[in-house]
Write a protein that binds this ligand. Sequence first.
Ligand SMILES: *Cc1c(COP(=O)(O)O)cnc(C)c1O
Length: 379
Amino acid sequence: MNEHSPTIIPFNRSSLVGKEMDYLAQAVANGHISGDGDFSKRCHRLLEETLGVKKALLTTSCTHALEMAAMLLDVQPGDEIIVPSFTFVSTINAFVLRGAAPVFADIRSDTLNLDEDKIFSLITKRTKAIIAMHYGGVSCEMNKISALANLPLIEDNAHGLFGKFNGKFLGTLSQFATLSFHETKNFSCGEGGALLLNREEDIERAEIIREKGTNRSRFFRGQVDKYSWVDIGSSFLPSDMLAAFLLGQLEERERIQVKRKEIWQTYYQQLTDWAEMNKVGLPTIPAHCEQAYHLFYLLMPSLDARQKLIKHLNRLGIMSVFHYQPLHLSPMGRKFGGKIGDCPITEQISDRLLRLPFYFSLSETEQQIIINSVRSFNC
Ligand SMILES: *Cc1c(COP(=O)(O)O)cnc(C)c1O
């Protein structure tokens, strides 16, 4: 950027927060940069101790953690999974890869999470699992969802690390949960994820699936005297260099979350009157949910107003973006029978939602520019 170019505020920017680079150098100096080295183990321990999960396993992405969950459940052709249509592709694709058919459920208009009241009628004898995704790190109604049926429940918690529901950490409210450490998430190593396991009996098989279907983990612990091919699996371990970088971020979790909370609250407080005047919706956070401060969105009155605000901000050097398009209406979703009208809330919300820049290194000055620019727009 030269001095004549306008200020550009990107939608997201990754930054160094703590000891990422020191740890990365240490990982290299350790002479061990493949998976499950010292830094991977430290990340596992930190997640297990902080969240209180039985086991945390780093993966190469949240997508891969979801694929592991599908393998662990033995998802097969003929199975159905109940999923929100308003989510990232991988939430569903991981199960479709095993042959399952998605059954799309609509979302609540306040939290934009899976609507617990619309799930029961979708359950059939083929239903294999329900996948809950905590949008923006605000919890789904987990008690009501788990009470619906005796079915495995999985949390796609890509947005919600350290968020809580009724005082309990997200990721501990289901059989398996997945995390993402992609560059756009609160904690990142560029590309990465984790699978969280809440039942002792799933741990051994998860380790095998993550190690190409071999019992290599047990071999390294001296529990078997040679390792062999015992199940299906793939290579889901990230390099210890990525774990080193990630540990640097996870150790700064309080500072990161405090900053993100400030950014979120500043947006909320300084846009409330403008939003009311312009019939724009702001995020709803139920009292029993402690959100993870993953994103800040505006619900514009119409698609047209949303597109105009994106353009308006863009002209002022501010990048804002929309979010998920209804997956039941995507070319793949339509192959599974998705059609207009199946998920009406998803269909209208996805046209109206706009996300504002939100990242750790966003300065007060930058945020003020963004807020003033939004406020200079009238629907
Ligand atoms: C980011 C995201 C993913 C995928 O994460 P990757 O680590 O990039 O695979 C999955 N689900 C949701 C809800 C996400 O936001």
